[in-house]
Design a protein. Structure first.
Length: 65
């Protein structure tokens, strides 16, 4: 595992702390989650979430009764 240092403003640190308390995570784990999420949204990492299956539109079929 690689470690990096990120410099935050005081208000950013407090917001991260508050969110980590609310979500019951260590602040470092919460920050790592943000980085991972941002990399996934940028398309640089595969998503942890399964991708929805999108059906291709098909012609309408009418059934006569």
């Amino acid at each position: 595992m690689t470690r990096i240092t990120v410099t935050l403003e005081q208000n950013e640190r407090e917001a991260l702390r508050a969110l980590s308390v609310r979500e019951r995570r260590d602040m470092r784990d919460q920050a790592a989650l943000f980085v991972r999420d941002g990399l996934q949204r940028a398309g640089l990492l595969p998503s942890d979430q399964p991708q929805p299956i999108t059906a291709q539109p098909m012609g309408v079929t009418h059934v006569q009764r």
